[in-house]
Design a protein. Structure first.
Length: 189
């Protein structure tokens, strides 16, 4: 057998540190790229929410701010807007979920009142996940603007990234083990 004269226990002890470092680096790489992808999913909504809030604060009507097309957020990738009054009640929406305007948890509005804006992942029902940006507006009226869009494609990219990194991790574990075994064997001879 190939490992018959080798001290497998000693090889494993030497390889363990390499395995820990490689695992940590793969985990760090996944976390960094996943966050980059997820944070980038907010970019269109930031612009949409800020522009809509500025228009509403400037006195434009809700009808002039909202897109005319309704978006079924369970199936569509299209961005959407929901306008809420100062109490968090929906005023108007281009978003629909099961034929209704979806409701944002009131805690989000509390956070926006304190910070001015919030960027979150929102799951109004199982299988429906959106990246939303919530901001305030004040003027002749005051309230909140929610701009969102589906995370479906971003999450597919995250899943693909994870698959690639897991495959790479397995290959790196095998390569580093074999390299450690060969180096350890050479040092014994």
């Amino acid at each position: 057998m190939f490992f018959r004269n080798w001290d497998v226990k000693a090889i494993l002890q030497h390889w363990l540190l390499v395995a820990i470092v490689v695992t940590g680096l793969i985990g760090l790489l996944y976390a960094a790229v996943q966050q980059y992808l997820r944070q980038g999913a907010n970019d269109p909504q930031i612009q949409m929410a800020e522009d809509a809030a500025a228009k509403l604060a400037g006195g434009q009507s809700v009808q002039n701010v909202l897109p005319s097309e309704k978006v079924d957020i369970a199936t569509s990738l299209a961005p959407y807007l929901i306008i809420f009054d100062a109490n968090g009640n929906p005023i108007a929406s281009s978003a629909q979920l099961d034929g209704q305007t979806p409701i944002i948890p009131s805690g989000v509005f509390d956070s926006v009142r304190q910070k001015g804006e919030d960027r979150i992942t929102w799951q109004p029902q199982t299988g429906v996940r959106s990246a939303i940006v919530v901001t305030q507006f004040t003027g002749s009226a005051s309230g909140f603007v929610v701009a969102g869009r589906s995370l479906r494609e971003v999450e597919k990219r995250e899943d693909g990234l994870l698959q690639i990194l897991v495959a790479g991790w397995v290959v790196m574990m095998l390569v580093t083990f074999v390299a450690t075994a060969i180096l350890f064997r050479k040092s014994e001879t």
